[in-house]
Structures are given as C-alpha cells and as structure tokens.
Design a protein around this ligand. Structure first.
Ligand SMILES: NC(=O)c1ccc[n+]([C@@H]2O[C@H](COP(=O)([O-])OP(=O)(O)OC[C@H]3O[C@@H](n4cnc5c(N)ncnc54)[C@H](OP(=O)(O)O)[C@@H]3O)[C@@H](O)[C@H]2O)c1
Length: 285
C-alpha cells in the first residue's frame, strides 16, 4: 500500500496496525496531493496494489475562509490519488466524513443522498464523487468524530485531550449538547479498514464505533473514565456560533459491513476507555 498524508492520526494507526502489509508512507512534505505530477510520480515509483488517500484539510471552521484550499486537498487531491491508482493498476481507499449528511435524525445509510453543509463537508462530498467517477475499484469509507493516540496533525490534537486538559486546569467551560455523532477511535477504524480492504468488496461504507452521543456526553465520559471532576456544562450550536455549520445528527448506520459478514466495531465508550488506558489517563480494570 502507498499511504498519502501518512503523518495524520489515522495514518499513524494504519502504519502501526496493518502489520501484515508492506506500506510505503508519504507525509505531506514528501508528497503534496494537490500536485498531480507528484502523486503520479510516487505511485509509479512504488507500484502499490492499494493507494490510501489519507491527506485531508480537516479544519472545519477554517475551510469557510479558504474553501478553495480545502477543495484542492479534499477533492482535487482525491482525484489525483484515484487517477494515479488507475495508472498503476491499484485500487483506492478514501476516508470521508459523517458531515456529508447535513439533514436527518436517524442513522444515515450508505446509499442515502448526501446533503453537505459548509465548505469542509462539500469538499469531502466532492472528493467521494470524484473517486467514484474515476475508478470502480474504490473503497469510500465515511467515519465520525475521530480521535487517536497521535492526535490530529491538522487540528493540532484531539477533542479528548482538550477536554482532559480543561478539566485538569480547573476551568469552567461549555460543550455543545445538540450535535449527536459516534466518536470513533482511529485504532479501531484502522483494524476495520484492513478487514474491509481484505474483503475486496469495493464500494461506499460507514465505519464507526457503535452507539451515539452528543459532544457533551463524549466529554463527560472521557472526564469520568479519567476520574477528573470538571465544571463542564451544556451549550447549543446556536449559542456556540462556530463559523461552519455542523449536522445536528450525523450517526452512521454501519449496514454494509454486516452484509459482508464483518463484525461491527465495539461501543464508543469501550473504545474510549481503551484509548484512555493506552494514553495513561486511566488504569486498566
Ligand atoms: N478528525 C475527524 O473527526 C474526522 C471525522 C470523519 C472523517 N475524517 C476524515 O478522516 C481522515 C483522517 O483524518 P485525521 O483526523 O487522521 O486527520 P489528520 O490527523 O489531520 O491527518 C491528515 C493528514 O493530511 C496531511 N495533509 C494535509 N494537506 C495535505 C496535502 N496537500 N498533501 C498531503 N498531505 C496533506 C496532513 O499533514 P500536515 O498536518 O503536515 O499538513 C495530515 O498529516 C480525513 O480524510 C478526514 O477528513 C476525520
């Protein structure tokens, strides 16, 4: 496999956990997906069976100010990776987001029409579409609320670590309680991606941990498991006033995984506990 955008939190877990695969990793500085020639040269050099485009512009609010920059990475970069994969006879794996579903209040199905709101969601939906248009040999995988040991390199950390830091600093702060999602541990996602790719069943999939919660419930669970008493209270999306719109309900039904006979991922609380133990924030029971 050739892994583009390899230094990200998911990329690092793929590298750690896909032990049975030969992986060439290229970070942003090694290969910029905005540059088609660079991507083509990299695939020609390494001739992979699978290209994973993990390069992404992930700063959801900043994307409102610089949508063309987000488009260049998330959409055009995806097309470059897919074209390069076709050139060398490889398949392509692209990770997309629950934010493509800007409407609805029930778990979203893989074949449901998308309604991306905001620049980040639009560019990721465009990336999905360009991949599908370029090659049938694709895995387009939507996930949600990612956190991992490495922390998001694009966002400079992850939500869980920020919540624990605020709690330890004795701050009083608010977290939105009216956006519901499924937080997903990148180590679990990396393992499930390996199973999916090994199945050879191309298509669009939803892969998240099980269950659902608001960002506030997620924060409280992390603080609770880590044993930190904190003054965290609810706020609303409207009161928070972030530049980018975010879905009120972006839970993803992992329906197609079951059709392939692949076990669903564990509950988000169980995954969170494992993460917190691994990071030394909680002790193993
Ligand atoms: N984080 C979430 O909550 C979430 C939720 C659902 C889906 N996703 C999707 O999951 C995937 C992985 O997310 P993540 O949290 O692991 O992100 P991440 O840690 O920010 O990793 C993204 C990587 O892409 C690299 N990159 C940015 N621009 C690039 C370019 N032009 N060329 C090559 N590399 C470039 C970044 O490098 P630099 O930092 O050096 O620029 C970074 O290492 C992304 O596709 C994201 O859209 C994320």
């Amino acid at each position: 496999m050739l892994l583009l955008g390899a230094a990200g939190q998911l990329g690092q877990d793929i590298r750690r956990r896909w032990t049975g695969h030969e992986i060439t990793t290229l970070a942003h500085a090694d290969c910029d997906v905005r540059d088609r020639d660079q991507v083509l040269a990299a695939t020609q050099r390494h001739m992979p069976d699978l290209v994973m485009d993990n390069a992404a512009y992930v700063r959801v609010d900043d994307a409102e100010r610089e949508p063309l920059e987000a488009f260049a990475v998330n959409a055009e970069g995806a097309r470059h990776a897919a074209e390069a994969a076709v050139e060398c006879g490889a398949s392509i794996l692209y990770v997309s987001t629950d934010y493509v579903f800007g409407r609805g209040d029930q778990p979203h199905q893989e074949d449901e029409a998308v309604h991306p709101q905001g620049a980040y969601a639009l560019t990721k939906a465009a990336g999905e579409a360009l991949i599908r248009e370029t090659t049938p040999r694709h895995f387009v995988v939507r996930s949600s609320g990612l956190y991992g040991v490495a922390g998001s390199s694009g966002k400079g950390g992850n939500f869980v670590e920020t919540m624990l830091r605020f709690g330890r600093e004795g701050r009083a702060w608010k977290v939105v309680a009216d956006q519901v999602l499924t937080p997903t541990y990148t180590a679990d996602l990396a393992d499930k991606l390996e199973e999916l790719v090994s199945s050879g069943a191309y298509g669009t999939y939803h892969l998240t941990n099980a269950g659902e919660c608001s960002w506030l419930e997620f924060a409280r669970a992390a603080l609770d498991i880590a044993g930190i008493e904190a003054d965290v209270s609810p706020t609303t999306t409207e009161e928070w006033g972030a530049p980018a719109p975010r879905p009120a309900y972006s839970v993803l039904a992992n329906s197609k995984l079951g059709v392939l006979g692949i076990e669903p991922m564990r509950h988000w609380r169980d995954a969170l506990r494992v993460y917190l133990v691994e990071k030394g924030h909680a002790s193993a029971r």
